[in-house]
Design a protein around this ligand. Structure first.
Ligand SMILES: Cc1cc2nc3c(=O)[nH]c(=O)nc-3n(C[C@H](O)[C@H](O)[C@H](O)COP(=O)(O)OP(=O)(O)OC[C@H]3O[C@@H](n4cnc5c(N)ncnc54)[C@H](O)[C@@H]3O)c2cc1C
Length: 327
C-alpha cells in the first residue's frame, strides 16, 4: 500500500475541510483533502444557499462547495476522492526532520502520513437502525463499497438507499458481485448515474421496497427481509452482503477508533478554542463538533481557526501568525 507524506491531511471535503485547505495551502503546507464523495455532505445536498455572506442567494450548496474546493486546489491543495476508514494517532511515527510526530489516515488505496490531521466529516451519519444492522456490522453489513466490495466477487449483495452515495457505491459493487439488489423506498432516482445503474445486467432494482431486517446465522449475513409496497407479506432475498446508505444527523466519527480523542456526551468531537482535539496535531471542525450552530459560515470559520493553529503547531511557534498587524 502506497504511503503519501504531507503536512496536513484533511478528512472530509465540505466547507470546513475546504476552508482549512485554502489557508494551509496558502501557508505553503502540503495539504491533501481526502473526501468520500463531494455530492453527499450537508452543503452539497443543500438546494439553495441564501445566507452565506458575500455570495448571491440564488445558487445551490453544491455550486458554493465546488467554488470552495476549486479555490483550495488553485492554491495547491490536492483533492482525493476516497473514504477514510481509520486514523492512527496512537503509535506516533517520528518525523525524519525531527519535527512533530506524524499521524496516519487510512483509505482502501493509500495511507497518508501527515504532521497534522483535521477531522471534518460533518454530521450526516446515523447509528445502526434496521433490525440486525448493528449485530452484523462488519460481518456482512457495510457502509463502504470501496473498502469491502472486493470480498463479494460472484456473490449476491443488497444496496439500500436512493442518494448519490448509494448509486455510486452500487455501481462500484457491480464490478464484483454476481447480483446487486438495489432497494429503493420509492421508484428510485432517474438521473444519468441511476439510469446507468438500472441498465447494468447484474443489477436487480427493487422499487418501493423497504428493508425490514438483516438476517444472519449469528456469524455472518445470510439475507435481507424486505417489504414491497402493496404486498402484505415480507420477502427474503438471499444475500451475503448488505450495504446501507441512509443519511442521518449524527456526527460521523466511526473512523476515529482511538479513545485518546475525546467525544462529548452528544457524540460530537471535543475541541479547545484552537479546534484542537485531545491529541496534539489532530483538529476537528464543522458539524462533526455537533454544536447547535450548524451553518456553512461557522464550518468555514472553524476551518480558518484550525488552519492558523496548525501552522503554529507545525512550525513550533509560540503564537498564531497573522497576515496583518492591527496598529
Ligand atoms: C438540508 C440542509 C440544508 C441546510 N441549509 C443550510 C443553509 O441554508 N445555510 C447554512 O449556513 N447551512 C445550512 N445547512 C448546514 C450546513 O450545510 C452545514 O453546517 C455544513 O455543510 C457543515 O460543513 P462540514 O464541512 O462540517 O460538513 P459537510 O458539509 O457535511 O461535509 C462533510 C464531508 O465529509 C465527507 N466524509 C464523510 N465521511 C467521510 C469519510 N469517512 N472519509 C472521507 N470523507 C468523508 C463527506 O463526503 C462530505 O463531503 C444545511 C444542512 C442541510 C442538511
Amino acid at each position: 500500500m502506497e504511503t503519501i507524506k504531507c503536512d496536513v491531511c484533511i478528512v472530509g471535503g465540505g466547507p470546513a475541510g475546504c476552508t482549512t485547505a485554502l489557508y494551509t495551502s496558502r501557508s505553503a503546507l502540503r495539504t491533501v483533502i481526502v473526501d468520500k464523495n463531494p455530492d453527499i455532505g450537508a452543503l452539497a445536498v443543500t438546494g439553495l444557499i441564501a445566507n452565506y455572506p458575500g455570495v448571491k442567494g440564488d445558487g445551490s450548496g453544491k455550486e458554493l462547495l465546488d467554488m470552495m474546493r476549486g479555490q483550495a486546489e488553485e492554491y495547491g491543495a490536492d483533492y482525493v476522492k476516497a473514504q477514510v476508514f481509520m486514523i492512527g494517532v496512537d503509535d506516533d511515527e517520528e518525523d525524519e526532520d525531527g519535527g512533530v510526530p506524524r499521524r496516519m489516515v487510512y483509505t482502501p488505496d493509500a495511507v497518508y502520513s501527515a504532521k497534522s490531521i483535521v477531522l471534518a466529516t460533518g454530521a450526516m451519519g446515523r447509528p445502526p437502525g434496521f433490525k440486525g444492522e448493528g449485530e452484523y456490522l462488519g460481518k456482512g453489513v457495510s457502509y463502504c463499497a470501496t473498502c469491502d466490495g472486493a470480498f463479494y466477487v460472484g456473490e449476491e449483495v443488497a444496496v439500500v438507499g436512493v442518494g448519490k452515495e448509494a448509486v455510486d457505491e452500487a455501481l462500484y459493487l457491480t464490478k464484483f458481485a454476481k447480483t446487486v439488489h438495489w432497494l429503493t423506498q420509492g421508484e428510485g432516482p432517474t438521473d444519468e448515474d441511476a439510469m446507468e445503474l438500472k441498465g447494468k445486467e447484474n443489477v436487480k432494482h427493487w422499487p418501493k421496497t423497504r428493508l425490514v431486517e438483516v438476517l444472519g446465522d449469528g456469524m455472518e449475513v445470510k439475507g435481507v427481509n424486505v417489504k414491497v409496497f402493496g404486498n402484505d407479506s415480507e420477502q427474503v432475498i438471499d444475500v451475503t452482503g448488505c450495504f446501507i446508505y441512509v443519511a442521518g444527523s449524527k456526527p460521523i466519527t466511526d473512523f476515529i477508533q482511538s479513545s485518546k480523542i475525546k467525544l462529548n456526551p452528544d457524540g460530537g468531537v471535543w475541541v479547545d478554542e484552537e479546534m484542537s482535539t485531545t491529541v496534539p496535531g489532530v483538529y476537528a471542525i464543522g458539524d462533526i463538533r455537533n454544536t447547535p450552530f450548524k451553518q456553512v459560515v461557522v464550518a468555514a470559520s472553524d476551518g480558518c481557526v484550525a488552519a492558523m493553529a496548525i501552522e503554529k503547531y507545525i512550525k513550533g511557534r509560540k503564537k498564531v501568525r497573522v497576515d496583518w498587524v492591527h496598529e
